[in-house]
Design a protein around this ligand. Structure first.
Ligand code: CA
Length: 235
């Protein structure tokens, strides 16, 4: 019998797993624990799912038919999504664990794992994310809240479209480094999106119009960067 706890909101979990047996077993376990569950067997479908539905947590296999889960996770984090991601993998080598955590995973479970262990780790990750202070990004006069998708300049709100926001976030997170066109396009678009050849320039143009020409520098033939802000020394 299901026990409903007052005030407990249903948590929505996305399982990205191409092994149908593992995926359906996991989905059944999670559903019986009160989670709302969606399963996608490819990274492209996972990207599409994240675009239409907010998820509280993602369980991510690494070996997917259309790519490596770690590459996907990097793009998800670059786009500003902060929900907890737990990696499920048979690769139990130290380098893979470190790589997963570096790319923005919150935790790791090594297959085969006990359902009880997974559920416990999920609860820890969800608790942590609920209490997580919003990691604000400060850059000169700009303050960016990746979770709330808001930008202020000198305390005044600046309204950015989703792609402009993703572009700004990618540039600020790597300030001082030149980011190639390809890297920025990866941060902006899902793997299954077809984009116009000048799409990046269009978003860059709008971003500069809204935030000033000085913020983003062009390195012709290479890419773009945001300089590290100079400290205005106080004498
Ligand atoms: Ca797999």
């Amino acid at each position: 019998m299901a026990l409903l706890v007052n005030g407990t909101e249903t948590m929505r979990v996305l399982i990205v797993e191409d092994d149908a047996g593992i995926a359906s077993g996991l989905a059944a376990t999670l559903k019986s624990s009160g989670y709302a569950v969606d399963v996608t067997p490819t990274l492209a479908l996972a990207t599409a799912a994240l675009r239409v539905e907010p998820f509280d947590l993602v369980l991510l296999d690494l070996g997917l038919p259309d790519g490596d889960g770690l590459d996907w996770l990097r793009a998800v984090r670059q786009s500003g999504q902060v929900m907890p991601v737990l990696i499920m993998t048979a690769r139990d080598g130290l380098p893979d664990r470190v790589a997963g955590l570096d790319e923005g995973a919150d935790d790791y479970v090594v297959k085969p794992f006990e359902p009880e262990e997974l559920l416990a780790r999920m609860r820890v990750a969800l608790r942590r994310s609920e209490g997580r202070a919003s990691p604000l990004l400060h850059h000169g006069e700009l303050m960016v809240d990746p979770a709330a998708h808001t930008v202020t300049r000198n305390g005044e709100p600046v309204v950015l479209r989703a792609k402009e926001f993703a572009l700004l976030l990618a540039l600020l997170r790597s300030s001082g480094q030149v980011l190639s066109r390809q890297r920025l396009e990866q941060a902006l678009y899902g793997f299954d999106e077809v984009l116009d050849s000048n799409a990046l320039e269009v978003h860059m143009h709008h971003l500069r119009r809204k935030l000033g020409d000085d913020l983003v520098k062009t390195v012709r033939g290479v890419g773009y960067f945001v300089p590290v802000p100079q400290n205005k020394g106080v004498a």
